[in-house]
Design a protein around this ligand. Structure first.
Ligand code: MG
Ligand code: MG
Length: 252
């Protein structure tokens, strides 16, 4: 379903949804440390969100069993939180969360490092986050999907990272995933044209190795084939006439 131009009321609901999401990811990011289970992170996220009045949009989405996706090191996305997965010093922890409020959904992800960071992992995180903001900087009424994709690809390629291709950004709002897809690689000036009032999730996934990924036997966890470490950053953004409003970042 192609993402619609949202009404003022829908945008107001998405601002609240996105603000809740940003608050929750900020809280759980501070809980990431060696010795903590990924289940604890998910349970904490769900508890925080319900206290704020939102609903976890990923819980039971296509059968996903928990509120928060928690992917560690070579896991790229869709990692299932478990009591048995205990974080270790230096782990890259990617957390992807969806919030529904008054029927409107926002989607955002962040990668953080547990304990002491390896400098090369830290550089991967910084570059992936930077590429997300390069993509966001392209946004305005009339932008083409390829303009966003190319800006992200340029930043990550320059830094020498693999760009995951099988998973992409997307329209979001009434549903977790709406058309069009927003890839993290592509040619400027190509692809669907996006209009002011549309809301999309941009989400580069980068690796310290190759771009290829595979799915674990649990049917969910997406992992790099070469077992290289990866990072994931995502924001839900509203396209405006001359730019964009990031809906999933903390208000100042
Ligand atoms: Mg997400
Ligand atoms: Mg997404």
């Amino acid at each position: 379903m192609y993402t619609k131009i949202k009404t003022t009321a829908e945008i107001v609901a998405m601002r609240t949804s996105g603000d809740m999401l940003a608050q929750v990811l900020s809280v759980v990011s501070q809980l990431v440390k060696p010795g903590v289970s990924t289940q604890f992170l998910s349970d904490s996220a769900e508890k925080e969100l319900r206290a704020l009045g939102g609903e976890p949009a990923f819980l039971n989405y296509q059968g996903f069993p928990e509120a928060l996706c928690v992917s560690v090191n070579d896991e790229v996305v869709h990692g299932i939180p478990r009591n048995s997965t205990i974080l270790e010093d230096g782990d890259i922890v990617s957390m992807d969360f969806g919030v529904r409020f008054e029927g409107m959904i926002t989607d955002s992800a962040v990668s953080v490092i547990a304990g002491k960071a390896d400098a090369k992992d830290e550089a991967l995180l910084q570059a992936t986050k930077k590429s997300l903001h390069r993509g966001i900087a392209q946004l305005k009424d009339g932008v083409r999907v390829g303009d966003i994709a190319h800006a992200i690809e340029k930043e990550l390629t320059k830094a020498g990272y693999g760009i995951v291709r099988e998973l992409v950004g997307h329209g979001v709002g009434h549903h977790v995933h709406e058309e069009p897809n927003i890839p993290n690689y592509g040619k400027a000036g190509t692809g669907p044209i996006l209009k002011a009032g549309m809301t999309i999730a941009i989400e580069p996934m980068a690796t310290r190795g190759d771009y290829r990924v595979e799915i674990d036997s649990d049917g969910w966890t997406v992992r790099t084939k070469d077992r290289s470490r990866s990072a994931h950053f995502e924001h839900t953004v509203l396209i405006t006439d001359d730019g964009a409003e990031i809906l999933t970042q903390l208000a100042n």
